[in-house]
Design a protein around this ligand. Structure first.
Ligand code: PLP
Length: 391
């Protein structure tokens, strides 16, 4: 039988990061000593106070449907977080909770984009952005950035990319995969252009709390009411609370968008998991004391990995300021990213993600959300590999 696949998903590529994770797990299960630098999640456990809240919810029988947009208590806790941490005023009605930040982005793009629309996506980009844009029928318009300019879009680049068909500008600071963090001035300038041109900003702030060397996070929504009116903030609990498997993400958006996202969600997933939401309330209402130890570990690993990668044969490395990734340039090795990563996995049992997946073929992504011992071992192996390549 000739099965028809819809035009909408014809060109969608499966997530490369999830595929690499799966491949590394398979090799581990087969008894191979694999070092995994592919993962996009902290190696720490979800904090106990979050787990306890979800366990209590289960014990209390909080196991039924909830409101599709999330329980009021959680939506209010999120609105309070934006006030407390970002000095942003949102009504709970402007907050929609979904099954992960990825789901939030999917919902927003489905609500805002369609055939004939353009979405500006700076590269290197988190790999799901362009794929989700394509599902909506819109076209991703990629702005190239590189390590020489700190992986940041300039105001001129943004102005040049905007056309009458531009629906959305995707901004991700701190960035996955580069770890770049826009300064408040840089953000304001980009935000000003969007306000002037009437372009909405999808601001993915999921790595907000993971910052190094005194870098500060500012939301582009926070410069003025006009900036807030032009911005949809996407956020989630996956990274800073190590809750990747809980699937909880959220948006803060102009009311009209929030309403439509809720309506769309009410016909797809319905509510995010009931008892997970109770864990989410605990996460957002308790102090983030767990993060101090985590950030100490991430900082130490980042400093070590940065030094090693910077001095590896054929490599240069941009110094990240946020998230938990390094994004070294491998062009000096003579290989493009896919061949580099598949040979690295085959020859040295080290899993890294090819930059091609992020729209940047001269780079690879190394996650340092793994133990120091694994980092040392993996980088030792990578150094041997690069040594062989460069000679
Ligand atoms: N945004 C960015 C930049 C990410 O790196 C991720 C996860 O890797 C997400 C959003 C989505 O996270 P989740 O769907 O697990 O909440």
């Amino acid at each position: 039988m000739n099965i028809h696949i819809s035009q909408r998903v014809q060109s969608i590529a499966p997530s490369v990061t999830l595929a690499i994770d799966a491949k590394a797990k398979e090799m581990k299960d087969a008894g191979i000593d694999v070092v995994g630098f592919g993962t996009g999640q902290p190696d720490f456990d979800t904090p106990d106070f979050v787990k306890d809240a979800a366990k209590k919810a289960l014990d209390d029988g909080f196991t039924k449907y909830t409101a599709a947009a999330g329980i009021p208590e959680l939506r209010q806790a999120i609105a309070d977080k934006f006030k407390r941490e970002n000095d942003l005023d949102y009504n709970a009605s402007q907050i929609i909770v979904s099954c992960g930040g990825k789901h939030s982005i999917f919902n927003v793009m489905m609500v805002l984009c369609e055939e004939g629309d353009e979405v500006i996506v700076p590269a290197p980009y988190w790999l799901s952005y362009p794929e989700i844009v394509k599902v909506t029928g819109a076209v991703p318009v990629v702005i190239e950035t590189d390590d020489a300019t700190g992986f940041k879009v300039t105001p001129d680049q943004l102005r040049d990319a905007i056309t009458p068909n531009t629906r959305l500008f995707v901004l991700n600071s701190p960035s996955n995969p580069t770890g770049a963090v826009y300064s408040p001035d840089e953000l304001k300038e980009l935000g000003d252009i969007c306000v002037e041109k009437g372009v909405l900003i999808l601001s993915d702030e999921i790595y907000e709390h993971l910052l190094y060397d005194g870098a500060v996070h500012k939301s582009v929504a926070s410069f003025s009411q006009a900036h807030q009116d032009h911005t949809i903030i996407v956020h989630g609990l996956a990274k800073a609370w190590s809750m990747t498997g809980w699937r909880l993400g959220f948006i803060a958006a102009p009311e009209v968008i929030a309403k439509k996202v809720a309506a769309l969600q009410s016909h797809s997933t319905s509510n995010p998991t009931s008892f997970a939401q109770k864990g989410g309330v605990a996460a957002l209402t308790q102090p983030m004391t767990h993060l101090e130890g985590w950030m100490e570990a991430f900082s130490e690993r980042r400093a070590y990995a940065y030094d090693r990668l910077s001095s590896m044969p054929g490599m240069t490395c941009y110094k990240s300021q946020g998230a938990f990734y390094l994004f070294p340039n491998i062009s000096g090795t003579g290989l493009k990213s896919s061949e580099f990563c598949s040979r690295l996995l085959e020859e040295e049992s080290v899993a890294a993600v090819p930059g091609l997946a992020f729209g940047a073929d001269d780079y690879i992504r190394i996650s340092h959300a793994t133990s120091m011992e694994q980092i040392v071992k993996g980088l030792d192996r990578m150094e041997q590999f690069c040594g062989r390549l460069v000679g």
